[in-house]
Design a protein around this ligand. Structure first.
Ligand code: SF4
Length: 194
């Protein structure tokens, strides 16, 4: 940046318009305007969301743009400055939220590793849901406790634990709790307390 003497500074102030002064100070206003116009989020559509990683619930803004072939491209995800929760800031984990959508390493279908196997195989959602249901039933049947040591009826499932995620809405949390309590689970936890 060029040296600005006190006399220069007074001249700049007197100029009043700012643009000429900023150029003397080393800022190229025309160039800055050009840069602003070439922002890749210029003209993008804004969609609001919430970071899924923890219970702080930082608000996000996702910028998308429709490409010439009609597909929608995700350009950027950043903190929402209007949110009273995070005021535009994100922690390092939240700042990588875009990777959830764009990472080449993202897992896009269920992977199953059979007992004793050293490799994962892709299976359908239906097959995975069947396996989960079978495992839940088997674990519940094997660990269900109808009465405790004092012969009190407890009807609880001690062999399964459930942890809810921070991205749960209130309704999802309510539904999950109802379902798990219905199965007799007593070990319920939420990511907010982990
Ligand atoms: S940005 Fe960080 S602090 Fe905020 S919700 Fe996401 S993980 Fe939590």
């Amino acid at each position: 940046m060029p040296q600005v003497t006190r006399r220069d500074f007074l001249k700049i102030s007197a100029a009043g318009t700012g643009a000429a002064g900023l150029t003397v100070l080393g800022f190229d206003v025309a160039h800055a305007a050009q840069i602003r116009q070439s922002f890749r989020i210029a003209g993008a559509r804004e969609a609001h969301s919430v970071c899924p990683y923890c219970a702080v619930g930082c608000a996000l803004v996702a910028y998308t743009k429709e490409k010439t072939d009609g597909t929608v491209e995700l350009l950027q995800i950043e903190g929402n400055p209007d949110s009273p929760v995070n005021e535009g800031r994100l922690c390092p984990k939240g700042a990588t939220a875009m990777q959830l959508a764009t990472s080449a390493r993202r897992v896009e279908s269920p992977l199953y590793r059979a007992s004793g196997s050293d490799r994962w195989q892709k299976i359908s959602w239906d097959d995975m849901m069947d396996k989960l249901a079978q495992r839940v039933k088997a674990a519940r049947d094997a660990t269900f406790v109808a009465k405790d040591a004092s012969d009190n009826t407890v009807n609880r499932t001690e062999g399964i634990a459930f942890a809810g995620g921070a991205a749960f809405s209130s309704e999802e949390g309510y539904f999950a709790t109802k379902l798990m309590r219905g199965l007799g689970l007593v070990h319920l936890e939420q990511q907010a307390r982990v």
